[in-house]
Design a protein around this ligand. Structure first.
Ligand SMILES: [Zn+2]
Ligand SMILES: [Zn+2]
Length: 548
């Protein structure tokens, strides 16, 4: 008999780029294919996608990919994935709409097979019967998955919370969870994002008070920055704005596209007269304007940092503006966020952000939500997913406290092969599960070395040496040219650069016949060493040693 393998390829040991492979025999089902936004020190990287190297030699075993919801950390890597894997995609209505936007941008819509499911449907895929069930999250049309396999029923929670008053009025499907429980759950894979938060996550409805208060007080324009994919938040902001007779302009391509598709599908309700185009807001008095804004990758800091720096094409902060940052901060970007907020204040805006004002609630359940799900499903095995290692460990503690045996809990990071066989859960070998950087059109060509080099360039600048070399004598000819950028101010560094000439000359003095390539290496190493000794800095050093 075959065994059931579960291989997390993203989202375990980190927040973002969620992806999981579920395998039985010669059949593979993929759940989600998301991106992760880069941390502040990943210079020039647009986003990061999962490393699916493990699947490359199993291409013909992949039966399809099921998407839990339309957030970027679940759908963002799909175009990249589908370029390599020609498999059908299954998604709910809104999720599908958001996927279509991304595929259309890359001219991939025509050649992709998309299937729409509704919660309650059963999708048959090889030996798997997949039952999506509705969950509350910060986007409509989100689901968790019951996956019946020959080994038993697996429940994948997706991202979830138990919100009793969600914006769309549709709570998590408790009845389905009870039904799964009655059937017996072999393993629960559950969202750990908020495993450090005591209590239950507040309802989305709890934000209404804060939005009302801010809109009542603001005398000028309101700019609300959020993620383009937080469709529920967009609805909420617009609903409150209408009560204060503010017209809403939407800034940022991804938010324009998302709201358009969500309106067409009837999951976002905005009458035409509530909207105004961004280039027409000057016609209205400031107190009747609300701008919903997002960055080029659909994240709020993109637009706020441009506004803070005065570098936005069509929007400038003016005295009396109120700016609301209605989102969480991407881990690793806390410092950048704070300096952007400072700059916005400096430009004369009033700024509201979490936790100064309750303008954001998480879409992920806290400890009490997590306990609810475990107790309701009563799984035999438990695998915490979606979170950094500390979140996964905390979630495991919660499961232990609820009576799940230690040996039935697997805390693993990306790439570990989990095997469910014969009533046992085993952690096997580790397959690749790291970062693939996407930088413009470059996918995977920007590795950790390039990243370190960009960091060094940013912090220490560069030094370039152009030298002439005579291979027959093994000596450099004449004086070399030294060009610097961002390292030392050349006119004031004559002495340092004079001594660098000596370093170059002696490094370039080699055995006759030595190749110029080797001379370059020697010169670069000697110079890097010299500059570090003299200045305690590490500029990027490059040399061009030409023969003749
Ligand atoms: Zn999500
Ligand atoms: Zn997520």
């Amino acid at each position: 008999m075959a065994s059931l393998n579960i291989v997390p390829l993203g989202g375990l040991g980190e927040i973002g780029k969620n992806m999981m492979s579920v395998e039985y025999g010669r059949n593979i089902l993929i759940v989600d294919a998301g991106i992760m936004f880069p941390e502040a020190d990943m210079l020039g990287v647009d986003y990061i996608i999962p490393d699916w190297e493990y699947l490359r030699d199993k291409k013909d075993l992949v039966r399809g990919i099921v998407i839990t919801h339309g957030h970027q950390d679940h759908i963002g890597a799909l175009p990249h994935f589908l370029q390599e894997f020609d498999v059908p995609v299954y998604a709910s209505r809104l999720t599908r709409g958001l996927i279509e936007v991304r595929l259309r941008q890359r001219h991939m819509l025509q050649k992709t097979t998309l299937h729409t499911f509704a919660p309650g449907d059963v999708i048959q895929m090889g030996p798997f019967a997949i039952e999506p069930y509705h969950v509350c999250h910060s986007i409509p049309d989100a689901v968790g998955l019951g996956i019946t396999t020959p080994a038993g029923l697996i429940v994948h929670s997706g991202d979830f919370k138990f919100d009793h008053t969600p914006v769309d009025g549709w709570p998590t499907d408790y009845a389905k969870l009870a039904e799964f429980s009655a059937r017996g759950v072999l393993a629960l894979l559950s969202d750990s994002t908020n495993a450090e938060q005591a209590g239950a996550t507040p309802s989305e409805a709890s934000l209404n008070d804060a939005f009302h208060q801010i809109m009542r007080q603001a005398s000028g324009r309101l700019i609300v920055a959020t993620f383009a994919s937080l469709i529920s938040r967009i609805q909420q902001v617009i609903d409150v704005a209408r009560q204060y007779e503010r017209k809403v302009a939407i800034a940022g391509r991804s938010m324009i596209e998302n709201t358009q598709i969500a309106r067409e599908l009837g999951v976002l309700h905005i009458p035409d007269e509530a909207l105004i185009e961004l280039d027409k807001i000057k016609r209205l008095p400031a107190h009747q304007v609300l701008i919903l804004a997002t960055g080029s990758q659909g994240e709020p800091m993109g637009v706020l940092s441009r506004l803070a720096a005065g570098r936005h094409d069509s929007l400038q902060i003016q005295e009396g503006d109120t700016v609301v940052l209605s989102s969480h901060t991407i881990p690793g970007n806390e410092e950048m966020t704070q300096s952007v907020i400072n700059l916005l204040f400096e430009r004369g805006a009033d700024v509201y952000y979490d936790p100064i004002a309750p303008v954001h609630v998480s879409g992920h359940g806290g400890q009490e939500d997590q306990k609810w799900l475990i107790n309701m499903l009563h799984p035999r095995f438990f695998v915490p997913i979606h979170g950094e290692l500390r979140h996964l460990e905390q979630h495991a503690k919660i499961a232990r406290a609820l009576g799940i045996a230690d040996e039935n809990i697997a805390v693993v990071q990306n790439g570990y092969v989990l095997t469910l066989d014969d009533g046992r859960l085993e952690v096997g070998e580790r397959v690749p599960g790291g970062y693939v950087f996407v930088d413009g059109a470059l996918v995977g060509e920007v590795g950790p070395r390039v990243m370190r080099e960009r960091e060094a360039l940013g912090e220490n600048g560069f030094v370039t040496v152009v030298a002439r070399y005579d291979r027959r004598t093994g000596q450099l000819v004449g004086r070399s040219r030294i060009l610097t950028g961002g390292f030392v101010y050349a006119p004031e560094s004559g002495d340092l650069l004079d001594r660098a000439q000596d370093v170059i000359r002696s490094a370039g003095s080699v055995k006759p016949g030595t190749l110029s390539r080797e001379v370059e290496d020697k010169v670069e190493r000697a110079l890097a060493h010299f500059f570090y000794r003299e200045t305690r800095r590490n500029p990027v050093v490059r040399s061009a040693v030409m023969e003749g």
